[in-house]
Design a protein around this ligand. Structure first.
Ligand code: AMP
Ligand code: TRP
Length: 340
């Protein structure tokens, strides 16, 4: 990254279903902490949500989900007075820059995106074009603010690399060295990839059919405990050291979650439970998960009781976001030749 660019954080999540523990530990919690380090912009990416069938042609659900995700951000600790918190579709500059980026990015780059391959599955020809160009819109989200740091979970790393390639090609092709920064992914913490509670080889995900595979941020204490106690494990006692977690993905995942929630080093936890059975470990993990997560759910419920207040926060955020994005977009338009 060039020194010419001031540190600025940008990140976003899609308003689809409710958020889960993976979203919280992999992304949201880090967003909250970064507010103490640099200016932050956090976005509810509702335009991305209509790229998939889950969000498409469901207007009421989409609006509700956008409010819910906004409430989750705030309940987890995103402070709308300090950080800019807004909805993607409220700032037109994202879509305008995304079009330019569709013309900067090469098909060969897009064809390598593994998330498109996963999400489109066996029926690529039935996917929306938007699902395919999703990463160029994501690059526009970040670069329309010239953001430098992007806190996300590990699965978004490839999209960040694409954003860097787009920034660089734009800078080269339009002879504007250093115009866009090279945004860096911030993949922080011990739970950058939280796995399913039912299958240690699968990512914890919104789209898993089994609700027991994930802990939702809206789950109550009973549900959280039940899910942890039913989480898949193996028949062996808990390991003596970190090497003992090799080839034991379910146990490894539970240790990662515990370490992240308790904010203690994983090695320390392994030492604490060495040789014990899963049952006591799971009881303790359930207790800490309930203590950390149920206040967030309660705060979300409180906020959602007043949707007009959430809408007002988003409207104010959109105004602040637009004020940063608009001059950068105007500059792009001049460089591209859309305006003099
Ligand atoms: P998504 O749920 O795919 O819209 O992702 C929203 C954010 O949460 C992104 O920054 C992801 O990288 C992060 N995320 C999603 N699932 C997980 C997971 N299982 N573990 C860690 N981070 C995750
Ligand atoms: N693609 C991201 C995800 O699925 C969401 C997202 C959209 C995003 N635009 C972004 C994340 C810009 C960081 C920066 O999680």
């Amino acid at each position: 990254m060039s020194d010419a660019h001031k540190p600025l954080v940008f990140s976003g999540m899609q308003p689809t279903n409710t958020l889960h523990l993976g979203n919280y530990l992999g992304a949201l919690r880090n967003w909250v902490k970064l507010q103490d380090q640099m200016p932050c912009i956090y976005c509810v990416v509702d335009m991305h949500a209509i790229t998939a069938d889950a969000g498409y042609a469901k207007p009421k659900e989409l609006l509700t989900a956008s409010r819910e995700v906004t409430a989750a951000y705030i309940a987890a600790g995103v402070d709308p007075a300090r950080s800019i918190l807004f909805k993607q579709s409220d700032v037109g500059a994202h879509a305008e820059l995304a079009w330019v980026f569709n013309c900067v990015a090469r098909l060969g780059w897009m064809d390598r995106m593994t998330q498109f391959k996963e999400k489109s599955g066996k029926h690529k020809e039935r996917s929306s074009v938007g699902l395919y160009t999703y990463p160029t819109l994501m690059a526009a989200d970040i670069l329309v603010y010239k953001a430098t740091h992007v806190p996300v979970g590990e699965d978004q790393k490839q999209h960040l690399e694409l954003a860097r390639d787009i920034a660089q090609k734009f800078n080269n092709d339009y002879e504007a060295p250093d115009f866009f920064p090279q945004p860096e992914p911030l993949i922080l913490g011990t739970a950058t990839r939280v796995m399913s509670l039912r299958d240690g080889a699968k990512k914890m995900s919104k789209s898993d059919e089994s609700d027991f595979s994930r802990i939702n941020l809206t789950d109550d204490a009973e549900a959280i405990s039940a899910k942890i106690k039913k989480a898949r494990t193996d028949p062996n006692p808990l390991p003596e050291d970190i090497k003992g977690l090799e080839g034991r993905p379910e146990a490894d995942n539970l240790f990662n979650i515990y370490a992240a929630l308790a904010e203690v080093p994983k090695a320390e936890l392994i030492a604490r439970y060495a040789g014990q059975q899963f049952s006591g470990f799971k009881n303790d993990l359930a207790e800490i998960a309930v203590a950390k997560l149920t206040p967030i759910a309660a705060e979300m419920r409180r906020l959602l009781a007043d949707p007009a207040e959430i809408d007002a926060i988003l409207a104010a955020g959109a105004e602040r976001a637009g004020a940063i994005a608009e001059p950068i977009l105007q500059d792009v338009k001049k460089r591209v030749g859309f305006s003099a």
